[in-house]
Design a protein around this ligand. Structure first.
Ligand SMILES: *Cc1c(COP(=O)(O)O)cnc(C)c1O
Length: 494
């Protein structure tokens, strides 16, 4: 399997090369040349395997320059005892045709762990395979969860350093303390004034600074990303769609071969894109429902065909989805247009120049064959948390609630009652204040103090790493302006 750039279909790389580079020099994202085929027979075989073995098989279909043994070893390490559920990504049945796919049982209690426990293993192995002698500095902008998960994944990994930038007022108290108290000798964390898009565009500017790249090269370093644009993050995410399907078959919720819908709380379009990859491989997925919060740029795009980032930015109680530029949509445009790189370039040029682009109707019709969409405001998010807690005794976080609400609206408006999984992307304890208020508690005090109060009120188990946050002191306290980010990286690499 070879990989192309979304902006240059002629570029032809191995998976190890694509993972090492992260982003193509032309600014494009790496995409597989084709989708491997997951037959019904294969899916049946996967049903009897544990999560690490499922992961090795599914990723192995893309990663031909990794041996099966190598992948088995990596997935056993990535999905081991640091997950507090032996199923790794358990499926919880809520009613006859609704399940919740819980992706937050890893070390940082958000779905980002599913990919970021794996990425450092893939990246360091890829560097060896490609003969890369330099050391790698991972740069990441985070809307909250990526940063911590990347720090935890790369902590003390030899030959790597990692620097994380988060928007000063764009993350929850728990998320901020998770990052600022990060341990490890090779880690750096800094707040940036502004919102997530400021932090992300600051990181992108550093990546495209040729002079800085040469400077680092001369010192034996290169930059890579842990953002969801890296192929090494996207492929591990394909696994849990397949795994969830197996679990729903095994639980008797669906028959083998019957379709399932997934409703995904979406920001950068990385998670749901992995679902699209699973569908392209042949996993029986009906609809992928793209759920947004008040930042509903994707809802508008799927409905109208125009992507337009010129709109107010809202800071919401589901901050990991507070995004106006969904980077992974670029991959979708490439696949949608059957690999038309000049079409992708013209869309991306439009986005840079005017903040908008329009996709022709025949392609949008194709998009809507797979993707449905919807958005959910703040009050509806809280009501959904209250309702699921009251009716099913299940405590969900704000992002999951957005998706759940959108699924219910989708069912009402379409009468499509296909068995569906709500993709649950974070532990409710990462967003204690909002969740506590939603179930009728009082959210006085800081996020970390609220953990106990939420536990008392809900009876839901607190993930151990979050319980351990109490009493931790921040180790990284700096807050900088966007234009100071490059200098901060220079100092950090030292
Ligand atoms: C990152 C994140 C999302 C959005 O996922 P994308 O891949 O960016 O679409 C949703 N929920 C939570 C909790 C997240 O951390």
């Amino acid at each position: 399997m070879r990989f192309h750039s979304t902006r240059n279909a002629q570029l032809d790389l191995t998976s190890a090369q694509a993972i090492t580079r992260g982003l193509a020099q032309d600014g494009g994202l790496f995409v597989p040349e084709a989708f491997p085929s997951l037959t019904a027979r294969r899916i049946e075989e996967l049903c009897s395997m544990d999560y690490p073995s499922r992961a090795a098989v599914v990723m192995g279909m893309f990663l031909e320059d990794f041996s099966a043994q190598e992948l088995e070893e990596f997935t056993a390490r990535a999905y081991g005892a640091q997950f507090d559920d032996p199923a790794v990504a358990p499926v919880r049945l809520i009613d006859r045709n609704t399940a919740v796919l819980e992706l937050w049982h890893g070390p940082t209690s958000a779905f980002k762990d599913m990919a970021l426990q794996m990425l450092p293993l893939l990246l360091t192995a890829s560097m060896k395979k490609t003969g890369e002698q330099r050391r790698v500095c991972i740069l990441t902008a985070t809307s909250g969860d990526t940063g911590k998960a990347a720090l935890e994944g790369f902590r003390n990994v030899p030959g790597t350093k990692i620097m994380v930038f988060y928007p000063k007022n764009g993350v929850s108290d728990v998320q901020a303390l998770q990052m600022t108290s990060q341990e490890g000798d090779n880690v750096g964390v800094s707040a940036v004034t502004g919102n997530f898009d400021d932090a992300q565009s600051g990181v992108k500017a550093i990546f495209s600074d040729a002079a800085f790249r040469e400077e680092l090269d001369a010192r034996g370093w290169f930059l890579s990303s842990a953002n969801s644009i890296n192929l090494g993050r996207l492929l591990p995410q394909v696994v849990y769609y397949v795994s969830a399907y197996c679990d729903m078959v095994t639980a008797g919720m669906i028959g083998m071969g019957a379709p399932v819908n997934f409703c995904v709380p979406t920001g950068n379009f990385g998670n749901i894109l992995a679902g699209f990859y699973a569908k392209q491989m042949g996993l029986p997925i009906g609809k992928l429902i793209c759920a947004s919060n008040a930042n509903d740029v994707l809802t508008d795009f799927i409905r109208t065909g125009t992507y337009d980032r010129n709109r107010p930015f809202f800071t919401t109680i589901s901050p990991s989805m507070d995004i106006l530029v969904s980077s992974n949509l670029e991959r979708m445009l490439f696949h949608l247009s059957d690999g038309d790189d000049s079409f992708v370039r013209s869309c991306m040029d439009g986005l840079t120049a005017t903040g908008r682009y329009t996709v022709p109707e025949h392609l949008m019709l194709r998009m809507r064959e797979t993707f449905a969409c919807g958005c959910c405001g703040e009050e509806d998010t809280k009501e959904q948390i209250a309702k699921i807690f009251r009716d099913h005794g299940c405590l969900i976080d704000t992002h999951t609630a957005v998706a759940y609400h959108v699924l219910e609206e989708y069912r009402t408006s379409t009468c499509d009652m296909t068995p569906s999984a709500v993709v649950s992307t974070a532990s409710p304890y990462k967003f204690c204040g909002a969740v506590l208020e939603a179930i009728g508690g009082e959210a006085r005090g800081s996020g970390v103090e609220l953990i106990d109060r939420l536990a008392e009120r809900s009876g839901a188990m607190v993930p151990a790493p979050l319980a351990a946050l109490k009493g931790k002191r921040p180790r990284f306290t700096q807050c900088i302006e966007k234009q100071e980010m490059l200098e901060a990286v220079r100092r950090f690499i030292g």
